[in-house]
Design a protein around this ligand. Structure first.
Ligand code: SF4
Length: 378
């Protein structure tokens, strides 16, 4: 018999090696214009017993992999055998458990978009059951919406923290009200602050996500400064940035086609990121761990690393125009990961060939081609 359990479509990059348990299915809001993940899918709460059954199945899969280790002469050591299962799993649930065992098997991520919407006593029960079933777990995290966090009583969030909920990942996206409204995020900056503060005060670690470029050509300044203002009020443990990339499954795609939304260029988005960082006065870890970001090396602990982060932007902006174009293409085709890659002759040769194909006889690149390349990353 092949065991399996429910898996959702996404998790944060930092949860790549977490056991994934689907506490709810899809997104209860599902209206944000810049998001395609759950479009056309209906939100569902799951009965607690069904979630517990998935947790039991994950345990059975873990035990099966351990048995396989004994049978294969690895004496119960799971790392080696888990690596083999990852490469050739009977199904995605096995792959997920094997990947988790291959890493440290200490983290669990509750899917999908907003597990906090569950009744507090039910979410508590799921978290406690996870800890009983896997006593080695050190971290349980999930996505949530600020609006839902703002609606929970402070005591409920404290209870969840005490039960073992370690971190919430919240999509702030922007702190600028007209932009939040235009994108149909269903929340105001003030609600973001209430929800975020409530999480921080409960002791649950908080990670807020910001979308660089979300203001497009028109609202980039306000997006940067108002987002910084909201983040300063919340003071989350982590600020994670990712850059707007658009595909045709998003409502925003139609806005671009109709000319209602004009995308900002990479260079303008870096100006926006500079403005955002300059205005940040919080004590968060600034993380840029997403492939859509032009300069993933802009990372650090605020406030002490602020100058270092801004210096990375200075370094890019001081490059001659053809070098900046070369770097942008190298990033958007996934060859460069940092500015120093410009001086890696093998990588550079490949990027120059691609540049020539994309833009024969010119050092200029059509922005639409860059946007299309970025669309492949999401
Ligand atoms: S709340 Fe999150 S998952 Fe839901 S539509 Fe908005 S961005 Fe997408």
């Amino acid at each position: 018999m092949t065991y399996s359990f429910e898996l959702g479509p996404i998790r944060p990059p930092s949860e790549a090696y977490s056991l994934l348990i689907r506490a709810t299915i899809n997104c209860p809001w599902n209206r944000c214009k810049f998001c395609h993940t759950y479009k056309g899918e209906k939100f569902q709460l799951r009965p607690v017993e069904e979630i517990k059954q998935d947790i039991r199945t994950a345990k059975i899969i873990q035990d099966e992999i351990k048995k396989l280790s004994w049978k294969s002469g690895y004496g119960g050591k799971v790392k080696e055998i888990a690596g083999m299962v990852v490469n050739n799993p009977p199904n995605e649930a096995f792959r997920n458990v094997a990947l988790w065992l291959y890493a440290d098997s200490e983290s669990v991520f509750l899917q999908d978009a907003n597990s906090l919407i569950m009744r507090t006593n039910e979410l508590n029960e799921v978290i406690r059951f996870l800890r009983e079933t896997f006593p080695n777990i050190k971290r349980i995290t999930s996505y949530a919406r600020s609006k839902t966090a703002a609606k929970k009583k402070p005591d409920e969030l404290t209870e969840l923290h005490q039960a073992g909920l370690s971190r919430l990942h919240i999509g702030l996206e922007s702190g600028y009200d007209p932009l939040l409204k235009y994108m149909d995020k269903g929340i105001t900056a003030a609600e973001h602050i209430t929800g975020g503060r409530r999480v921080v005060e409960s002791g649950i670690s908080l990670c807020e996500y910001v979308v660089l470029g979300l203001g497009g050509k028109e609202m980039w300044r306000e997006h940067a400064t108002q987002t910084a203002k909201v983040l300063n009020e919340i003071d989350p443990d982590f600020i994670r940035v990712r850059t707007l990339a658009i595909n045709n499954k998003m409502p925003l795609h139609n806005e671009v086609e109709n000319g209602n939304f004009i995308q900002a260029t990479d260079e303008k988005i870096l100006e926006e990121e500079r403005l955002l960082i300059e205005h940040l006065e919080c004590h968060s870890n600034y993380v840029s761990d997403h492939i859509t970001n032009l300069l993933q090396e802009i990372e650090g602990k605020l406030p002490q690393d602020k100058e270092k982060m801004l210096a990375t932007i200075d370094r890019f902006q001081a490059l001659p125009p053809e070098e900046r174009t070369n770097f942008r293409i190298g990033r958007r085709v996934g060859i460069y990961s940092q500015l120093d890659d410009l001086y890696d002759s093998d990588k550079r040769q490949v990027v120059e060939q691609i540049t020539h194909r994309l833009s024969p006889g010119s050092n200029q690149i059509d922005e639409q081609k860059i946007y299309r390349l970025m669309g492949r990353f999401i």
